[in-house]
Design a protein around this ligand. Sequence first.
Ligand code: AMP
Length: 280
Amino acid sequence: MKIISTISDLRRELAAFRSRGERIGLVPTMGALHEGHLTLVRRSLAQTDRTVVSIFVNPKQFGPGEDFARYPRNLKADSELLSASGADIVFAPEVDEMYPAGFSLSVTVAGVSNGMEGARRPGHFTGVATVVTRLFCLVLPDAAFFGEKDGQQLAVIQRLATDLGLPLTIVPVPTVREADGLALSSRNLYLSPGEREKAPHLYRSLLTGAELFAKGCREASEILVAVRASLENEPSFRLDALDLVDLETMEPLTLLDRPAMLAMAAFLGKTRLIDNVRLR
Ligand code: AMP
């Protein structure tokens, strides 16, 4: 496995793969890798010939007061995990390699970015779409792998890829969870042991909604009330957002007559956890 930090080295390696007709998979990450990321890597290894994992804590997708400075960074441990998994290239550029002086591109995917996390974290999805566009152009992957855990991000990227018209498949990967249901996340590292014990309650509350749906309930308001009530059973959580939206457009639904996503964000202490389930 090669660890590369410059675009010129990356291009050289990729050209060698392409000259042999090898298909390239891209797994974009911000590092602090866990089994969720590694599942994306394994999907890429299975579906393509060469796997590039990018590790870049993207300043453009963090708002003022968010955790950019304290976001966990550990390139050495990440590289060891990736090497053991069989990835071919780790692309870990510095900020000024990704965004050289004068960088002025800003990619906004309207509509799907506007609600939910987009409304609560202004500029977040523009930061995500800008870095992902740049990665797509640098790597020109045949397939790129994204987790369903970040549900709105996935919808934004699917729209982005369609609208850019790149010959690229976006592969959604189901959320990887701990045995107790907690979705794996780099931000779980921020939880105290006591908070960690309570954290799976977020997913259990989402499942309350999924169970109602499975029993035939199609009223969004009924499901939202039940999920909120369930979360409130654990007073350590502070609900930040609860949404039931069209899986593709991310627009709020009142009637569940099409594939939907039930998504929640809640604070446990200072840590903001997000999770979602698909209803279809
Ligand atoms: P991040 O490093 O948090 O930007 O995540 C990089 C990629 O890994 C994104 O596509 C995430 O959606 C995905 N990911 C993060 N956590 C999980 C998880 N628990 N299960 C599946 N994919 C995940």
